[in-house]
Design a protein around this ligand. Sequence first.
Ligand SMILES: [Zn+2]
Ligand SMILES: [Zn+2]
Length: 117
Amino acid sequence: MTPQRIAIAETIWKYGHIDIDRLYSVIREKFPTISLATLYKNINSFLEKRFIQEVPIPNHKTKYELILKNHGHFICTECGEVRDIEIDENVLKMSIQDSVPNMDRVSLSVHGVCCGK
Ligand SMILES: [Zn+2]
Ligand SMILES: [Zn+2]
């Protein structure tokens, strides 16, 4: 791990969910010479290693987050805000076990409008 990679991972962890623009501006404060291409290269390698995952948000830039545990997302269709939703994996497994015998990863999105600003 290079210092840049550590900083990228730390920033994603700190923000919870972060898009490439915000991530780039935070990383550039520490590493002013880093290029967007280098950042994408690191992101792609994190994705390949399944260290982070993408959270697609309609009409907004995809956000990235560390893969810590299976959870769902509430995604605001107005402002693109993302909140984690806890999933009871046992309940989920029981309700889908006939159609999905080998659950590996959960990607569940609930869409709506967040009330607070
Ligand atoms: Zn919102
Ligand atoms: Zn999340």
